[in-house]
Design a binder for this molecule. Sequence first.
Ligand SMILES: Nc1ncnc2c1ncn2[C@@H]1O[C@H](COP(=O)(O)OS(=O)(=O)O)[C@@H](OP(=O)(O)O)[C@H]1O
Length: 475
Amino acid sequence: MFFRRRASVQPAAHSIFSSPDAQGPSLGSCQPHTHIMFLKTHKTASSTVLNMLYRFGEERNLRFALPLGYQLGYPLPFNAHRVKGYRGPRAIEFHIMGNHMRFNKLEVEKVMPADTFYFSIIRDPVALAESSFAYFKEVAPAFRKAKGLGDFADDPRKYYDPRLRNNHYSRNLLWFDFGMDHNANFSMALAQRGEAMIRRTFKLILVSEYFDQSMILLRHALCWPLDAVVSFSLNARQQKPISTGGMSGNWVGKAAAAAAIGVRAGYSQPKTPPNLSLTEDQREKLRQWNALDWYLYKVFNRTFWEEIDRFGRAQMEQEMTLLRMRREDLARVCLRDGGKPVEAQRIRDKNIRPYQSGLVKILGYELQPGLDNITMMACLRMIRPEIQYKDVLDTKQFPRVPAVQAQSGQLSQGLMAAAGGTFLRQDSSRTGEKVVRGEAVGRTLEEGEKDWDGSRLMRSNQTDTTTRKRKVEIV
Ligand SMILES: Nc1ncnc2c1ncn2[C@@H]1O[C@H](COP(=O)(O)OS(=O)(=O)O)[C@@H](OP(=O)(O)O)[C@H]1O
């Protein structure tokens, strides 16, 4: 039985979110899809897409198939037991699944209903490599050893060892995320088999470079109101080099900064920004190195434009105009400084600072001051970074029992510092190192066995009786 209630926060009558523009052009008599699986590929604008799913689901009290940590077992192939609250294949209880995973269809089908709409997003492998190099430079050994992306592109095999953990970020990352062997030699037969596998499952493949067109196709496929697909770009990289010195030059994560707790040696040292410049020859070499991804990009890009032709180019133009106007209107209302993304340490509200990775700054937003409560909440949803948003949803889906923690006194020192209703969770599951500040929790954790990546799995006394393990990651 699905859990459905009226949205807890309705836009106020005078709020921009309740204006007729929020609905967008008519979609006819279709019913909005609420069973959705989004394969969150890396460095493809997937955090922006996930934010929309989070908002849509939260506003309608839909249930998310959330990870125990921040990713669904990634980079291991997905296993249904990675979903918090999973109670076996016959208990289908989730509406939306969208956190990072390495796709594994049979396991996903244990969690999601049969009528689930599957979609994903891809990006040009050269642009994806730039983003991945900047973000995972310190995490993927192949990138770490290279001076710049150009050096890597010139001779990837000099840097690449397929046996080393996290090197998947440096080769055919899309192919890997779709659950296939990213080290396989390219052949047309193999590429076509992979393509066919994706087509069998995924009803829509969006293209990051055509984000607005993607949103219009998505809105029509899901039968969603316009506002549900209006977004501000999240997880964007600052394009200019970072300054050095002080916190501004080496921002290390909000909880780490706030709590001054251990970060990996050297992480707080000033860093030279990575050299991402590429010659045309190097770009071509990257396409060859990522030949499986390049194949996927070409074939699904073609399909994407065929879909737009079926949709109608003129109608696409009209709807994109409305989408962009709406985004500008919402930015004017919601965002400070005319909506420009800002460096994390300039964001006064620490709870909405984006997680930082690699040698570049990841930008976020500040809310316009003085908003009424309802508008403020709706605006906040649009800019809340992925990690913090997952924590909010987790707390809603799994309300915590404060008494348990107080009674047990079993809190693992250094792993969680519960004070004043907050705790620090150290998470290496997503990219390598990460420290996240969460809201009040009332659960007891005991140290358990180690997970595949060396991070610890914790036994958890939580209200959800079926989920026994909770990952608490060590920096
Ligand atoms: N709306 C929109 N349109 C186009 N591109 C966008 C959009 N939103 C985010 N981005 C860019 O996507 C990159 C981040 O991707 P992800 O969120 O998938 O990264 S992650 O894997 O979750 O870390 C990151 O790319 P780079 O800036 O090149 O690193 C973002 O700028």
